[in-house]
Design a binder for this molecule. Structure first.
Ligand code: CTP
Ligand SMILES: C[C@](O)(CO)[C@H](O)COP(=O)(O)O
Length: 228
């Protein structure tokens, strides 16, 4: 399976002066945890790490320190996650028919979840890992700050990565996104806009995205519970 890892962000919400994926988490950089899970996955053969070129020396050091034997490529990213994935798609080998995309920032991913998504994407053209929403969600009118509705929670799922796609279809949707000026925060949203089906695969509650300093503390807590 081909796997693209968007890792070209800046970590604004982390309040970090550098890419948050290079911040330490226990004994190694955050991205090293993500890559360790990728290394342990049985299905992934080809890895494209999408990053800002300034970060490549650090990324390469991490890859070497993990002793990754999979084929690893470093792909220059863009100004948004959407642009970064678009560039990643263009760097895939022509023979790639299916691709998984997994955020570098979801560093608690398990090899089992990667392999489950890899197996499932061979049976459908689009999928995302997701978990049912636990909270009661309110839709709020931004200027008045008044609640306008409470969506039925049974229909709400929190999107995670991996997200998997048929490469041709995802490329078509990204092209359409560029043409129409769509701005989205995940790849599934592009298929949704194009009216194409995307399936849910059971995600994992611990598969959080490290976005804020609080997430970093939670990630550390979860990792300490695991058999390292
Ligand atoms: N231009 C960008 C922006 C984000 N990402 C990646 O997309 C994932 C999810 O993005 P997010 O958590 O928002 O990361 P940042 O952009 O670093 O964070 P922030 O939005 O707080 O600046 C991360 O692995 C991030 O590195 C990317 O590849 N290219
Ligand atoms: C793709 C994603 O991880 C799904 O949860 C997420 O959308 C990435 O970006 P966000 O801007 O932090 O939501």
């Amino acid at each position: 399976m081909y796997l693209l890892i968007p890792a070209a962000g800046s970590g604004r919400r982390m309040g970090s002066s550098r890419n948050k994926l290079l911040l330490p988490l226990l004994d190694k950089p955050l991205l090293a945890w993500t890559l360790a899970a990728v290394k342990a996955s049985r299905s992934v053969r080809w890895v494209g790490i999408i990053g800002q070129p300034d970060d490549f020396p650090d990324f390469k050091e991490i890859v070497i320190s993990l002793g990754m034997t999979k084929c690893v490529h470093f792909i220059p990213g863009g100004a948004t996650r959407q642009e970064s994935v678009y560039k990643g798609l263009q760097a895939l080998p022509a023979v790639a028919a299916r691709v998984l995309i997994h955020d570098g920032a979801r560093c608690l991913i398990t090899p089992a979840l990667i392999d489950r998504c890899a197996a499932e994407i061979l049976r459908c053209p689009g999928l995302i890992a997701a978990i049912p929403v636990k909270d009661t969600i309110k839709v709020v009118e931004p200027t008045t700050q008044l609640i306008t509705s409470t969506p039925d929670r049974r229909q709400l799922w929190a999107a995670q990565t991996p997200q998997g796609f048929a490469v041709e279809q995802l490329t078509h949707c990204h092209n359409e996104g560029v043409r129409q000026g769509w701005e989205v925060t995940d790849d599934a949203a592009l298929l949704e806009q194009c009216g194409l089906p995307v399936k849910i695969v059971a995600g994992e509650e611990s598969n959080l995205k490290v976005t804020t300093p609080m997430d970093l503390a939670i990630a550390e807590f979860i990792l300490r519970q695991r058999d390292l």
